[in-house]
Design a protein around this ligand. Structure first.
Ligand SMILES: Cc1cc2nc3c(=O)[nH]c(=O)nc-3n(C[C@H](O)[C@H](O)[C@H](O)COP(=O)(O)OP(=O)(O)OC[C@H]3O[C@@H](n4cnc5c(N)ncnc54)[C@H](O)[C@@H]3O)c2cc1C
Length: 489
């Protein structure tokens, strides 16, 4: 076989001798795919059809030893490295051009301990698979709202779902991770082992190493009252105002989204999707009025299983479409916001475009209850889409992950992802966004004329964050390995 063309971390093109690739292949338990191999084309594809990258090598890792071997190989050859969990990252960082892609999608075991109410899951597991195993025991942990999303990227980025207002984010329910850091060592990180690293992986994204398995705390969940109800688009204003009323006084057990969208038959609708995870009687009392203020086009809201709520939006998010998502925060859904949303969704660019409101208020309360991590002084989040401070480290830092979707559209060319880092100079007071207090790191993917996409980070991590990770080695969002070499603070 010919030499393999690769792209080094420096961005330079180079080649890898066939013998080096063959030796690497033999050292793995899983398959190593090169361009042209059976399965290569399928393995390089991810959920967002806009991402079209061609790794030089795809390692379908069979376990943590394969992952460690890949990290060693990438470091030795100075290769660009990408990590794929469930492949739902909209920015497409799970796949790289000319580098090594670590594909975890083969690693899919979930082990539930019903007595301890914990579950350990491999990094290639999706939320559908995780819920399937845990619900067999009537248990669950907060996950995403679409069951095909990977547990890995979602948990590492925070993780918002129907249970989060009651039980916190997915990352708040993390008890430990097994993680291969950039020195190729497999470590366990938890509150008691490598605690700084553990703090980093709970919301910090995939920058700290390759997580091979996640251990979660579980809660008794189900049956729930959930589903969706759609009304004609003509009364969208009324629907959104009722959504505002519903969420204004909502108990922690209730999570609700509002959406303006087009059904597969072309009918434009305004709808509310909800999940109440308390008692069925109380859920029916709270959500019942949503079904009766007009004549619904579709009504699927009622007592049901948690799994049915977790899968009810799957069909709306099929794999392979070209996706562009954009999101923002609202403290209140005032009339101006409602009118703006209706104006944007009245004549969408394509039937797949939709506007979405996610009611995320109060998940600091859920976090407080469910996490042993301290959140003293944490700022309450905005009431509507978006978030506030999740947690603070012992060093008085706070991380705020912006994750709410307001508009999603189909076929556009720009994606922008934002991670806000709130830096606190003094301990004991809530972090405040504002001049001097807020540094913003943007990870964006911009369109080039020829349609290719490029990632960029506009600001380096803050020095305090580097110190917090002083022992750690990092894999940056661009898939490159970097080692933090600052001395201990
Ligand atoms: C249809 C859809 C619905 C969604 N719904 C929700 C929702 O309800 N709530 C919510 O919070 N988010 C939601 N998201 C956002 C989702 O959580 C993120 O896109 C998440 O990153 C996806 O994780 P993944 O493992 O599937 O993706 P991937 O693309 O595989 O990974 C995403 C990022 O994490 C890194 N990564 C993946 N696995 C690992 C690992 N094991 N170790 C280190 N780094 C890793 C990747 O390198 C990449 O940078 C949704 C996304 C989609 C496409």
């Amino acid at each position: 076989m010919a030499e393999l063309r690769i792209i080094k971390n420096s961005g330079r093109e180079a080649t890898l001798p066939d013998g080096v690739v063959e030796d690497f292949k033999k050292s793995l338990r899983g398959r190593l795919l090169r361009p042209g191999d059976d399965g290569y084309e399928g393995a390089r594809k991810i959920w967002n059809g806009m991402i079209d990258r061609r790794p030089a090598l795809i390692a379908r890792c069979a376990g943590a030893a394969d992952v460690a071997r890949c990290v060693d190989f990438a470091r030795a050859e100075n290769l660009v490295l990408a990590v794929r969990g469930g492949g739902h990252g909209v920015a497409g960082n799970a796949v790289c051009d000319g580098g090594l892609m670590i594909d975890l999608s083969v690693m899919r075991t979930v082990r539930v301990d019903p007595a301890r109410r914990t579950a350990r899951a491999d990094a290639g597991v999706t939320w559908g698979e995780f819920d399937h195993e845990t619900q067999a025991f009537g248990l669950a942990t907060p996950g995403g709202q679409v069951s095909t999303t990977g547990i890995a990227g979602l948990t590492l980025g925070g993780g918002w779902g129907w249970l989060a207002r009651k039980y916190g984010l997915a990352s708040d329910n993390l008890l430990s991770v097994d993680i291969v850091t950039a020195d190729g060592k497999l470590r366990t990180a938890s509150d008691t082992e490598h605690a700084d690293l553990f703090w980093g992986v709970r919301g910090g994204g995939g920058n700290f190493g390759v997580v091979t398995s996640f251990e979660y705390r579980l809660h008794p969940v189900g049956p729930v009252v959930g589903g969706f109800v759609f009304y004609p688009f003509a009364i969208a204003r009324d629907v959104l105002q009722r959504y505002r009323e519903l969420t204004r006084k909502a108990p922690d057990e209730l999570a609700a989204d509002a959406a303006l969208l087009t059904l597969p038959d072309g009918t434009k609708v305004a709808g509310i999707a909800a999940c109440y995870c308390g008692t069925v009687a109380e859920g029916e009392r709270l959500l019942g009025p949503l079904k009766t203020f007009g004549t619904p086009v579709v009504d699927q809201l009622g007592p049901t299983s948690y799994i049915s709520v977790q899968t009810m939006l799957d069909a709306s998010y099929p794999s392979g479409l070209q996706q562009y998502w954009k999101s923002s925060f609202l403290r209140e859904v005032d009339d101006k916001a409602i009118d703006t949303m209706i104006a944007h969704c009245t004549a969408p660019a394509s039937p797949m475009c939709h506007g979405l409101l996610e009611f995320q208020a109060g998940w600091c309360r859920g976090s407080r209850r469910s996490s042993r991590h301290r959140v003293r002084g944490a700022r309450r989040p905005a009431r509507f889409p978006g978030s506030g401070v999740v947690r603070r480290s012992g060093r008085g830092q706070a991380v705020c992950a912006v994750g709410a979707r307001v508009l999603g559209s189909h076929g556009a060319v720009l994606h922008r992802w934002r991670v806000r880092q709130l830096s606190r100079k003094r301990r004991g007071r809530g972090g405040r966004a504002g001049p001097g207090g807020l540094r913003e790191r943007e990870v964006s993917t911009t369109a080039r004329p020829e349609g290719a996409v490029r990632s960029q980070e506009s600001l380096p991590p803050e020095p305090e964050h580097q110190a917090a990770r002083r022992d750690a080695v990092s894999i940056t969002r661009r898939g490159r390995i970097a080692a933090f070499d600052r001395p201990a603070a």
